[in-house]
Design a protein around this ligand. Structure first.
Ligand SMILES: [Zn+2]
Length: 172
C-alpha cells in the first residue's frame, strides 16, 4: 500500500482495481480536508466499517458543503461544537448499515447530528427550523430520532433542489 499513496498512476489503477483498498489509502489523506471552517470531510465519511469503500464524488462533496453552511449556523447559535454521527454513505456502506437505497445520506445530502438527549435534539431542531424561516432556505428532512438504547440524534437533509421540508419523530 505504500506505493499507492506515493505514486499517482499506481493510485489510479489501484483505485479502479481495488476500490476498498484504495478507499482506505485515500480517506486517510482526505480526512482533514475542510468542507467549511469547522467541519472536515473525515467527519462526514467516517464509519464503523472502515473496510467498506466510502469515498464521495465531487457532486456529493458539494452537497456536504451545502449542509455545512447549516451546521455552521447551528454551531454558532448553539454555542458549542456539533458532533456528526454519520454523514456521507456510499451505496455499499448504506446497504451495510441497513439504510434505504433512496437515503439522502447516499448523495451526501444528509447528516446525523449527535444529541445528548431530547432537550438538545429539540433545541437543534428549533435552531435549524428558525434559520430556514429567517433565511427563507429550505431543507428536505428534519427527523428527531431515538434508538432502542435511548440515544438521540437529528437526521437533517438539504438537497440541491426538491426539498420537501419533512419533519418527524422516529423511534427505533
Ligand atoms: Zn440519517
Amino acid at each position: 500500500m505504500t506505493e499507492v499513496t506515493t505514486n499517482s498512476k499506481m493510485q489510479l489503477s489501484e483505485h479502479l482495481a481495488l476500490p476498498s483498498e484504495a478507499a482506505l489509502g485515500h480517506s486517510n489523506e482526505l480526512d482533514g480536508s475542510r468542507l467549511s471552517p469547522h467541519f472536515t470531510l473525515g467527519e462526514f465519511t467516517k464509519s464503523n466499517h472502515p473496510e467498506i469503500y466510502n469515498i464521495p464524488s465531487h457532486v456529493a462533496i458539494e452537497n456536504m458543503k451545502r449542509i455545512c453552511g447549516w451546521l455552521e449556523v447551528l454551531r454558532d447559535r448553539y454555542g458549542q461544537p456539533i458532533i456528526i454521527n454519520s454523514g456521507y454513505r456510499s451505496p455499499q456502506l448504506n446497504k451495510k448499515v441497513g439504510g434505504v437505497a433512496t437515503s439522502n445520506h447516499v448523495s451526501g445530502c444528509a447528516v446525523d447530528i449527535r444529541c445528548s438527549g431530547a432537550e438538545q435534539a429539540i433545541t437543534f431542531a428549533y435552531i435549524l427550523i428558525d434559520y430556514a424561516r429567517k433565511s427563507q432556505s429550505n431543507f428536505d428532512e428534519l427527523f428527531i430520532e431515538k434508538n432502542k438504547y435511548g440515544r438521540y440524534w437529528v437526521h437533517f437533509a438539504v438537497r440541491p433542489k426538491e426539498n420537501h421540508r419533512k419533519i418527524a419523530f422516529l423511534n427505533g
